[in-house]
Design a protein around this ligand. Structure first.
Ligand code: SF4
Length: 424
């Protein structure tokens, strides 16, 4: 068990639970054998609001290894322990520590490094996206207590994520890249999409550099040179937006179609009708003409072509939401290594940057669903919530097809094109 590890907390983020119950409706909660036995001993009855005969646990196969158990969901998709007021019955009756660990940790995510732990948050929680509650830095004591429950004793043996496929680098160089990315994204006087373009530019150059014998101080000097060069070409990077090539547009629509869905444990065992619906959605996104199928009930069918038109400048505050999103993910190492399907730093960073056009596309769809051609702050907030539900967690994002989609966009140098196109 981890003992008094140095813990790096996101400086920009606030969070307290506002009991909206959303997490209890969309996530599968893994329970250990010990947690299952404890909940069974709690002896839930109809008097507690649990209907007679209600199954409390479901045995699953795949995903977390050979068979695992999760809390059951009701027919409306909510956890069996969620009450009518949006509160957890286990928490209400037996206190917070009686809940499964997965519920206690959400929306936090802990990632071991060489020297300690970084902490990130899941923006699928509406309170995280809206930055509501107590500053995370003031929750250090509680987070240290939780960290001891989740971080394995051998955390120091966690290897650093590779820079790219065949280039491994030591932990201090990994953390120097994290600091350099964070510095690029911290430039408040530069629009967020331009900061992402700068970071894409210098990370691409880093991937192409010969790093033989360049480590430690020399590696930091190299990063500093790359950052300076990216600032010098800023106006070039943020130049005129052009639409993505046709092949990239298809790959991007398929990718965004995956992010826009709301996969829950209601559809974990799809019927043939569900499979047919998914196939027809996939074909619509690949084809990209006619109407966008409404893949969840916050959307309305709107023409694909509408979402390619300009939606004007970002609403006030959206720059802050997006900046915080990317900086929290970067500072918390929530884009590579074990926190992101064991992907290397550059591939993981490109996947993270792609969340920007994904969020803009989904926000446009929300606006168009309400017959607007201008984004509101609520469109952007909800779009981040929808996209981050999947990022780093959905098994669909870890498939060969999804990874190859991202690789194709990177190889065609179209990630930057997509960022520019959907920023307008
Ligand atoms: S989604 Fe966030 S605010 Fe809502 S119940 Fe879950 S943790 Fe609390």
């Amino acid at each position: 068990m981890a003992r008094d590890l140095p813990i790096e907390l996101p400086q920009l983020q606030n969070w307290s639970c506002h009991t909206c119950g959303e997490c209890c409706k969309q996530h599968g909660i893994y329970v250990t054998g010990e947690e299952q036995a404890r909940i069974e001993r709690q002896n839930w009855t109809e008097a507690d609001g649990i209907p007679a005969g209600q199954q409390l646990f479901v045995k699953m196969s795949g995903g977390l290894g050979k068979g695992w158990t999760r809390l059951a969901h009701r027919e409306d998709g909510s956890c069996v322990f969620l009450d009518d007021k949006g509160l957890c019955r286990i928490h209400g009756k037996f206190g917070e520590p009686a809940k499964p660990l997965a519920c206690r940790i959400y929306p936090y995510a802990f990632h071991p490094t060489e020297k300690g732990l970084t902490v990130s948050l899941r923006f699928s929680c509406p309170s995280v996206v809206a930055n509501l509650g107590t500053p995370v830095v003031e929750q250090r004591g509680e987070l240290k207590r939780l960290a001891k429950l989740v971080v394995p004793a051998d955390h120091k043996t966690v290897p650093p994520p590779a820079l790219a496929d065949s280039k491994s680098i030591p932990w201090p160089d990994v953390m120097a890249i994290v600091d350099a990315l964070d510095a690029t994204l911290a430039q408040e006087d530069v629009p967020i999409h331009v900061r992402l373009l700068q970071a894409l530019h210098w990370t691409r150059q880093l991937g192409e550099a010969n790093l033989k014998d360049i480590t430690g101080e020399r590696f930091i000097e190299l990063l500093s040179l790359l950052l300076d060069e990216a600032s010098l070409v800023m106006s070039e990077l943020s130049g005129e937006a052009r639409p993505p090539k046709q092949i990239s547009a298809v790959q991007f629509r398929l990718l965004v179609g995956q992010y826009a869905r709301k996969d829950t444990y209601l559809n974990v065992q799809p019927t043939w009708a569900d499979r047919w619906k998914l196939l027809s959605w996939g074909l619509s996104f690949a084809w990209g003409s006619g109407n966008v199928p409404a893949v969840q009930n916050v959307f309305r069918e709107v023409p694909f072509s509408t979402l390619e038109q300009s939606f004007g400048p970002l609403p006030e505050e959206a720059e802050e939401f997006l900046t915080r999103y990317f900086r929290v993910k970067i500072q918390g190492l929530h884009f590579c290594g074990p926190a992101y399907y064991n992907q290397d730093i550059l591939q993981g960073f490109n996947s993270l940057v792609l969340v920007y056009p994904v969020v803009m596309w989904i926000a446009r769809w929300l606006a168009a669903s309400a017959n607007r051609q201008q984004l509101t702050r609520e469109d952007v907030l909800l779009a981040i919530t929808i996209a981050d539900h999947h990022h780093g967690y959905s098994p669909a994002l870890n498939t060969w097809a999804f990874r190859s989609r991202v690789r194709t966009l990177v190889q065609l140098n179209e990630v930057a094109t997509l960022v520019r196109w959907y920023s307008r």
